[in-house]
Design a protein around this ligand. Sequence first.
Ligand code: HEC
Ligand code: CA
Length: 146
Amino acid sequence: MYHAKTLAALAAAILLYASAIEARPHRLTQVPNGTNIGCVLCHLNPGGGGARNPFGGEIENGFLSEFDVVWGPELAALDSDGDGATNGQELLDADGLWAIGDDNPGNVDDVTLAGDDESFPPSPVATAVASSTWAQVKSAFRDLVD
Ligand code: HEC
Ligand SMILES: [Ca+2]
């Protein structure tokens, strides 16, 4: 027969365990720069919990192992919020090589939100060059045709 005290201690332990799972704060340490951004990286509510944003939804639907986020090349290559920058580019680990325990990659000021399509890196130099080159090609072609 269990002692009442033992039962109370057991109940307290279970409650503690449940609330630890409930808060899930460890997820911040499971993606690059997560600790610099906070719960809003994956949740609509900056305080965390509740509805997930597109990045959080992506993780929920394919990048969880038990309770842990599976960060890697696959998740890094996706553009969950559809803003033209991949999750890896937004979190400064373009190739998805960062691993749990590593320092946060890149410069914290350059981090953008992988679950918010209004937050993205300034258009990459390569794209700016490419489109201006394309404009030059078109205008040169027009000159030829005229
Ligand atoms: C890297 C993404 C990510 C981060 C960062 C993150 N979460 Fe979540 N969170 C999820 C996903 C995915 C789910 C849904 C799967 C699940 O319930 O475990 C979730 C679910 C939850 C839930 C359950 C809510 C529900 O509707 O079922 C709570 C509570 C929660 N998170 C709290 C937090 C808090 C607090 C933080 C910040 C300290 C945080 N999360 C940071 C991805 C994240
Ligand atoms: Ca974004």
